[in-house]
Design a protein around this ligand. Structure first.
Ligand code: MG
Length: 171
């Protein structure tokens, strides 16, 4: 079985919905695609660091459309791991575990990898929304569409706009 590594934030967890909601409540600003596209999250959201360290930010993020259904099917076909650089925000660790248990209960604890840099992980296929993680990976790479990577050359990575597209590539 091929080893498949799947990121959380911006791939199965819709943290942009959270950022937009938090900023509306915090500053009364409602950002649109035009103001978000091409900027990293911490460039697009002025109070980014406050939001990601707020209790509930990660736990209350909605799952990305169709991800649960497709990941469930991929889980039967691949040696699947959820790989998140959760150490960056230590408060996120328990929330991310609880979030996975709530939305992806078919993922067992041995399939969850919380790390710092992802340059240490290896496998056959990686799905991630950040170039910094995909560029150092020695395998097939799928770039998941998110506002921060919008309009950027996907280089050697295959860009997927939706989970339906990932299903077409991997199922
Ligand atoms: Mg991500």
């Amino acid at each position: 079985m091929k080893k498949l590594l799947i990121d959380m934030d911006g791939v199965i967890s819709d943290i942009y919905t959270q950022f937009i909601k938090y900023e509306q409540e915090d500053l009364g600003i409602t950002q649109t695609a035009a103001s978000l596209n091409g900027k990293l999250e911490n460039e697009a959201f002025r109070n980014h660091d406050n939001y990601v360290t707020s209790k509930g930010f990660f736990f209350n993020a909605p799952p990305i459309l169709e991800s649960i259904n497709v990941v469930r099917q991929l889980n039967d076909k691949y040696d699947l791991f959820i790989v998140s650089a959760a150490i960056q925000y230590p408060n996120s660790l328990q929330e991310k575990l609880d979030w996975l248990a709530k939305h992806f209960p078919f993922i067992n604890w041995k399939q969850i990898v919380f790390c710092g840099s992802k340059s240490v992980v290896c496998g056959d296929i990686m799905i991630d929304d950040h170039f910094k993680n995909l560029d150092s990976f020695n395998g097939q790479t799928i770039l998941f569409n998110q506002p921060h990577n919008f309009g950027k050359d996907a280089k050697l990575h295959t860009r997927a706009e939706t989970w339906a597209e990932i299903a077409k590539i991997l199922l």
